[in-house]
Design a protein around this ligand. Sequence first.
Ligand SMILES: Nc1ncnc2c1ncn2[C@@H]1O[C@H](COP(=O)(O)OP(=O)(O)OP(=O)(O)O)[C@@H](O)[C@H]1O
Length: 363
Amino acid sequence: MNWRRLWCCCICKEKDLIRENKSKDCPWELYSLKEILHATNNFHNDKKIGEGGFGSVYWGRTTNVVLQIAVKRLKALTAKAEMEFAVEVEILGRVRHKNLLGLRGFYVSRDERLIVYDYMPNHSLVTHLHGQLAADCLLDWPRRMSIAIGSAEGLAYLHHEANPHIIHRDIKASNVLLDANFQAKVADFGFAKLIPDGVTHMTTRVKGTLGYLAPEYATWGKVSESCDVYSFGILLLEIISAKKPLEKLPGGMKRDIVQWVTPYVRKGAFDRIADPRLKGKFDRAQLKLAVMLALRCTDSNPENRPTMSEVVEWLKGGVEKRRKEVTDIQRMPQEDGDNGTDTHFEGSKMPQSDLKRERVATN
Ligand SMILES: Nc1ncnc2c1ncn2[C@@H]1O[C@H](COP(=O)(O)OP(=O)(O)OP(=O)(O)O)[C@@H](O)[C@H]1O
């Protein structure tokens, strides 16, 4: 997709009214300001969903085709904000995947930059883990696993299937949105980086969010797909435990979620890691598997981290294996004692060979 051409195209069409682009290689619409203003009631405060570093986000409903949309409105036309806007539209224009937030269109004029997305009625993961919806306990264990798998699939697509490959660089709970069915949609591509073919590592200025940053990236600016893997590992621990990635301890010290989880793993006290709001209703084998995987993802050596497609296989394998075992157990007469499905890990890291063995076994 040629961003420069699209950009010019938008500016040229600035004065036009509704202009739907129905061509095959351009699946989004060039919205008119009039339509966006109508959909959001002139960016009325009542329609405001929230505010981020980039600007405000408004809910809207289009009338041309009845559709709920979310409109991001750039708050200041600084060079930095312009760059984020351009990267977001460029990247979202290139990708289509069930676990990436869909771009509906955008609008550019001399003093306005707007991005139109699909509206996500179940808000962001952070709202459910730590925010206004946390008390409603809408995320049971299967939903949490499905959100983890969906986010991992979205990332695996960016790393392995998009051309050129894309590193997100800001994976975190507020950037995972949830649709009407609680399907995860990875959002916010303003910091993303396109990786030219053959390039494995780059050094860049550090962008992202404290608590989710891989150490080699935070310290040296070394960026590769494995930085997203690290952030995903933190996110996975957050999904399981509803703990924040960084916690302030009395006395002003900070503890990260990996430091918090490690003693429990050493003691084999996996149940203590689960979010208390789950009230013990979770699959113990899946929980262990997910925690051990998260620790592999957050290994301080990027070379020891799995790839995102390995993460997907591992998570899906665990869920599928468990589902099959439950079905088998339901079919078979019950025996006393351990049903043999409990995965036992010792130490804080899952051995590489275990991960590989499991992968082969689930193929
Ligand atoms: N497509 C969408 N559907 C529903 N809510 C959305 C959508 N896009 C963004 N939001 C919500 O709008 C608010 C602002 O989002 P935004 O992405 O601008 O910032 P953020 O991710 O919260 O913070 P930051 O910009 O620092 O990353 C958030 O509460 C987010 O959940």
